[in-house]
Every structure is written in C-alpha cells, then in structure tokens.
Design a protein. Structure first.
Lengths: 119, 132
C-alpha cells in the first residue's frame, strides 16, 4: 500500500506512558489494483479495516540527513496487525488471523522534524 | 492449507498478497477537511490548500513511498514535526470468505502513522494521518 489517509479523532491512541500506540481504522475506502503499476492495471473499489499495535522498545534510533532536511529520533519497536479487506464487487473478503499471530520485520516509533521544522 | 489449480491459486494468491499489499486509498493526502484543496480566491491572497505536502524527492512517480529502513526518510509529509511510527515486512496468515487459508504480507507491506503539526496554506496545521 502506498499513500496516506486522514485518521479519525479516536483512531490513534497511546498508552499512558506513550510506549504503546494503537491505530484502528474502519471502512477505509481503497482501490484494489493487483497489477499496479502496469498502465492497464484495473482498479476495483474496496474497503479496509485494520488495527495496528506498536510497542516501543528500549534501543534508540536516530536517522538524520541534513541535505534532505529530516531528523527522526526514537526507538526500535514491535508491530502487529490484524485486518479485514472487502472487495464488494467480486464478493471477496479476507480476514487475517488475530493480531498476536502477526509480526513485522521492521518497526520504529518516535518523533520527526523535517522541511521547515528541521534545524 | 488447501491447494487449487493454477488459475484459482493464482487468483487467490493475487487477492491475498495484494489485498494487504497494493490497495490504494481513494483519498490521497486529503486531510481531515475534504475541502482542503486550494480554494479559488477572489481579491485575496491565494495561499494553497491545507493538504499535507508530500516528500519532494519521493514524488517523482506520484508515489510517496519508499521502503522503511534505517537511515531513510520515514515520513510521508514534508514540513512536519510530531510523532511518527513506521513498520514493514509483515508476515501472517488469514482466511478468505470461502474458508481458504492464505498467507499475507510481503516486505513491502508497511504501515505508519504521523501525528502532529505540518505546514500548509502558509500556516501550521494539526493532523493525524496514516500510511497504508
């Protein structure tokens, strides 16, 4: 998946110590386009529900490139996801197993400044 | 896990692997306000829209994405300060509505959130966005 969508007010929550973030989104309108980026890739309206839970670890990370005006400071993290994808026009639905059964190969949590805020 | 003939398996593979791997949001960088596109002004300065601005050097193909890893720009919004998290390389299993058990996730299955302040329309804006 490639782009960015706005999150509802209650979509992103943090634990009291901010070490755990939960992002829950419902009925995100998306396009199923399996053959992208082919120029003749057919797109089909679809919807996505997902819950992403990230836990901040204790290993610090900082990525900075002054030539590109960004600095990320944070920590390595773990991430797990559960989701449901619906493609109504073809009657397809796919539901992942429970959150606890998934894992991500890369995850970081932290803060970033870039562009005009970089300095 | 059940096995299928080639066309069926191909269809299911495409469906499952891309269901969480190549779904494109219908609204891109559209902001909370659906009218965040630049307004047509009449006699007053035109300051652009309130939509977040994408990372300039990642926009060459209309694709605001690059694989998250150490020492790359993880954000999708330029002129941003705030909380950011990014993750990728998910692996898991799931079930379709026909009861077929399918693997999901690839190295490019990545998600993120960006919560904070960004600069657009010549002023600071507040927003929470997700990259899917």
């Amino acid at each position: 998946m490639y782009w960015v969508v706005p999150v509802p007010d209650d979509g992103l929550t943090f634990s009291p110590d901010s070490s755990t973030a939960t992002l829950a989104m419902k009925n995100v309108p998306i396009v199923d386009q399996p053959k992208w980026p082919s120029v003749d890739a057919i797109s089909t309206p679809a919807f996505l529900d997902y819950k992403l839970v990230m836990h901040q670890g204790g290993e610090p990370e900082m990525y900075e490139d002054a030539s590109r005006w960004y600095r990320f400071t944070g920590f390595k993290a773990t991430a797990q996801l559960e989701a449901v994808v619906r493609v109504p026009s073809i009657g397809f639905e796919f539901k992942t197993d429970a959150l606890e059964t998934s894992k991500a190969g890369f995850a970081v949590m932290g803060e970033e400044v870039n562009g005009k805020y970089y300095g | 896990m059940r096995r299928f003939d080639v066309p069926r398996r191909e269809c299911l593979k495409i469906a499952a692997m891309t269901a969480l791997g190549s779904l494109l949001p219908a609204r891109v960088l559209s902001g909370k306000n659906p009218t965040c596109a630049p307004p047509i002004t009449n006699g007053v300065p035109a300051n652009g829209g309130q939509c977040p601005y994408p990372i300039p050097w990642l926009d060459k193909n209309g694709n605001h994405n690059q694989m998250p890893k150490a020492n790359v720009e993880l954000n999708h919004i330029f002129h941003f300060k705030g909380k950011l998290a990014r993750c990728a390389g998910f692996k898991g299993m799931g079930t379709d509505n026909h009861g077929n058990r399918l693997a999901w996730g690839t190295g490019t299955t990545d998600f993120s959130y960006m919560a904070g302040e960004y600069w657009a329309a010549r002023k600071a804006q507040q927003g929470v966005y997700a990259h899917i």
